[in-house]
Ligand binder design. Structure first.
Ligand code: C2E
Ligand code: MG
Ligand code: MG
Length: 755
């Protein structure tokens, strides 16, 4: 079995293309969003790095400034000590106090003291400014003791006051030390944040983590452990450990952590190079990126809104697209007359179902309403459309959707069915049922007119075959069958194509054969039974083609009747007969009337006789010498009955004779004799094939008798033996035409035969 390939129908291709386009646009939008997110994240990363560097630089600078300020204080204190040692030796305590008060004022010490080893002291302020105990505490401070050893130093007191002390050397000995105390507020002002719009906090600690000076009493600066208390992050733990190590070795650094209050913070630590003191600076991590975060957030919001707007737009476009597609589908696939499937829908349905069809399980049937034009003319377009709609409804009722059957009207009076039927009998039975249903006119108010159908079918031997080809085959089948069986479904087979090719070939040869006179007149005599003489002859056409050989009328007459060439051929024969009659007259022979066959195709026009009259007159042939044979089938064409009557009237006016040919071969009706004014009745040979039963004899006798009463002459056709002849003679039949006397003969032989 062939592999079934699902094809994309042409009508779906633009839709698919649009789908692809929409997918691409969506992908581009999503990609743009992703790139924007990545971009913002990268921007944030870069900014964080530079923020960190900036913070570190600022903290280092602040540490340097604080360190320098403190160094300067100590140098200033040394200058004071120097002055005390050199210039003020021997002055009274009051004078010294006054000097110290002035210096303390300038240098912002509170107080400024000169202390001797025994605890004697001169202060810039009043003596009782410092209590005895406090005095003892100061004297006990290692930094003060160090000053008596000649060292310059700084230390701190409880309550965050900074104490500077320098030796006062006099005569190579150190008996006194100058001590300056900086107030808490002054020190706090020094380290108070100058940068980051007051957002940062600084404090001074020692490497053991004890706070020496903090700008406020803020909790985070009281103990480092407090800051990191809730942070179990191993990275931060490591960093703190590293920081402690760095502090011990006097190195600077920075770390990032999350505070107990869930705030991201940077902590910069910078050695002050005074004792083991370190400046800690704490800055919120988003101090710089805060603006950026807002910007990024805004960008994301804009992008998010754009994406939502785009999606909404896409949905609107999709809806519009979907709706208009539905409308288009209605236009494209629904037949406006029946409201059902049209040709395009039939094709689509087939494409959809064909991949699942088993070969030869289904068939395509074409049905054409015969002579629908007449229905149109008789009932008008509206009513006629109603009839088409009714037919489609009956078809729909008769198909089984579960078996994937479907029906459509393709155009005018043409319907197609796809039925799941594998045998000819099955198909015919289904069609018979359908026609019976149609003719029942149940549940409808359409006019109950006579409806008959041309039917052609084609088995779907290969479901991958194009549906158009299958429809063409069903059409070929009925077109071919039209010449043959009536009211039966014709089935496509390969012979039809062969036959059609042959017909095409004959069609192509026609014109040239007319020009070459390949068509020849054969004559068959009609013998009068009473006189025993030849009383007439029938001209019968023979096609003697130089290459194809001898071709009989049965092979080409039906074909030329179908395509209208028969009119040209009849006229050609008529002219040949006229020429012959003229020659016979000229040769002094006593010619008998010759009959020519006239196809029903001539009767499309009531002026069809004109060319015959012209031709007869051209040859100067007396019209009485010519008889037109009209086959009885001509009278069944209701549409042209009046025209036929009119032409027969014209024939008589012109003194031509007229016979009714092949009477008895079809649905003969005696009524025809009354209705049509013919001169001769030609009884078909079928009557005489089995004429020896009493009944057959009676029928023939009655017909001849009836004809006589109507003054119509009788000719018995196809008489082959003398027994038939004798009987016809006994019935007083007028003439006999048949092999018993002669076959149709070429003119020359006929002439020889007569003589
Ligand atoms: P038709 O007009 O009924 O012609 C009589 C047919 O019967 C002729 O067949 C003739 O050969 C045949 N025939 C005559 N006697 C006998 C007999 O004893 N036994 C048998 N078995 N047959 C006999 P043919 O010539 O083959 O023509 C067939 C039909 O073709 C004609 O039937 C006529 O309808 C048509 N035809 C022939 N020539 C022309 C023509 O020029 N124009 C038209 N329109 N039709 C023609
Ligand atoms: Mg005839
Ligand atoms: Mg005949």
């Amino acid at each position: 079995m062939k592999k079934k390939v699902k094809t994309v129908p042409d009508y779906q291709r633009p839709l698919m293309l649009r789908g692809v386009q929409i997918s691409i646009i969506s992908a581009v939008v999503v990609l743009t969003l992703l790139v924007s997110i990545w971009n913002a994240a990268d921007l944030k990363r870069v900014l964080n790095r530079s923020t960190q560097q900036y913070l570190y630089d600022v903290a280092t600078q602040t540490a340097r400034e604080i360190s320098e300020t403190m160094q300067h204080k100590m140098e200033d204190l040394e200058v004071v000590a120097d002055s005390v040692a050199k210039g003020l030796a021997g002055v009274s305590d009051e004078e010294l106090a006054e000097f110290l008060a002035r210096k303390a004022d300038i240098m912002e010490f509170s107080p400024l003291l000169v202390i001797d080893r025994d605890g004697g002291m001169v202060s810039s302020g009043l003596h009782d400014d410092l209590e005895r105990e406090e005095m003892q505490d100061i004297l006990n401070l290692s930094v003060v003791k160090d000053a008596f050893e000649g060292k310059v130093g700084a230390s701190y007191l409880e309550g965050q006051e900074i104490i500077y002390s320098v030796p006062v050397p006099s005569g190579g000995e150190i008996q006194e030390a100058a001590v300056g105390i900086r107030e808490k507020e002054k020190m706090q002002a020094m380290i108070a944040s100058k940068s980051f719009s007051g957002n940062s906090l600084s404090c001074i600690i020692n490497i053991r983590g004890e706070v020496i000076l903090s700008p406020t009493d803020l909790k985070p600066f009281m103990q480092l452990e407090d800051i990191f208390k809730n942070d179990s992050d191993s990275r931060v733990v490591n960093e703190i450990y590293g920081m402690k190590e760095n502090l011990k070795s006097g190195r600077n650094g920075m770390l990032k952590f999350t505070s107990a209050a869930q705030e991201e913070l940077y902590l910069s630590y910078n050695s002050l190079n005074i004792n083991d003191w370190v400046l800690l600076t704490l800055i919120p991590a988003d101090i710089i990126s805060e603006g950026l975060d807002r910007y990024v957030l805004r960008s994301f919001l804009v992008l998010g809104f754009s994406a939502v707007a785009f999606l909404l737009l896409l949905m609107i476009v999709y809806r519009l697209f979907h709706d208009s597609r539905k409308k288009l589908e209605r236009f494209a696939f629904i037949d406006e007359v029946t409201g059902g499937m049209n040709q395009a829908a039939f094709h689509m349905k087939y494409l959809e179902l064909a991949p699942d069809m088993e070969p030869t399980a289904y068939c395509i049937v074409q049905l054409n309403v015969k002579k629908f034009k007449l229905i149109n003319e008789r009932y008008g377009i509206q009513e006629a459309n109603g009839i088409l709609r009714y037919i489609y409804q009956v078809l729909e009722r008769n198909i089984d959707r579960k078996k994937n059957e479907f029906a459509a009207r393709s155009q005018s009076d043409q319907f197609f069915l796809c039925l799941r039927e594998a045998s000819r009998e099955g198909i015919q039975a289904r069609l018979d049922k359908i026609f019976a249903d149609i003719k029942a006119f149940e549940d409808t108010d359409v006019p109950h007119c006579e409806l008959s159908f041309q039917q052609g079918a084609c088995m779907i031997d290969d479901p991958s075959r194009d549906i158009t080809i299958l429809q063409d085959r069903a059409r070929l089948a009925y077109q071919y069958g039209e010449m043959g069986t009536e009211n039966l479904c014709m089935f496509y087979n390969d012979n039809i194509v062969e036959q059609m090719k042959k017909e095409q070939e004959l069609n192509d040869l026609f014109e040239k054969s007319i020009a070459n006179r390949d068509f020849q007149v054969y004559l068959q005599p009609k013998v009068g039974l009473e006189s025993g003489r030849i009383e007439g002859a029938e001209a019968l056409v023979r096609w003697n083609h130089p290459e194809k050989g001898f071709i009989f009328p049965s092979d080409f007459i039906p074909l030329f009747e179908k395509n209208g060439k028969i009119c040209q051929l009849d006229l050609f024969m008529f002219e040949e007969v006229c020429a012959l009659l003229k020659r016979w007259s000229a040769e002094g022979k006593n010619p008998v009337p010759v009959s020519v066959n006239l196809s029903r195709q001539h009767f499309q026009s009531s002026r069809c006789l004109e060319p015959f009259i012209e031709t007869a007159d051209k040859y100067g042939v007396a019209h009485e010498m010519i008889e037109f044979e009209l086959t009885e089938s001509i009278f069944f064409d209701y549409g042209q009955i009046n025209r036929v009557k009119d032409v027969i009237r014209q024939m008589h006016e012109q003194r031509f004779r007229c016979s009714l040919d092949d009477f008895g071969s079809g649905f003969s009706s005696l009524g025809l004799l009354k209705e049509f004014d013919v001169d001769v009745l030609k009884l078909d040979r079928l009557f005489f094939l089995d004429m020896y039963s009493e009944k057959a004899k009676d029928v023939i006798a009655c017909l001849i008798d009836l004809a006589k009463r109507l003054h119509v002459k009788t000719v018995a056709e196809g008489i082959e033996d003398s027994r038939q002849l004798e009987y016809l003679r006994s019935l007083h039949c007028d003439m006999v035409q048949g092999y018993v006397f002669s076959r149709p003969l070429p003119v020359q032989e006929y002439e020889g035969w007569i003589s």
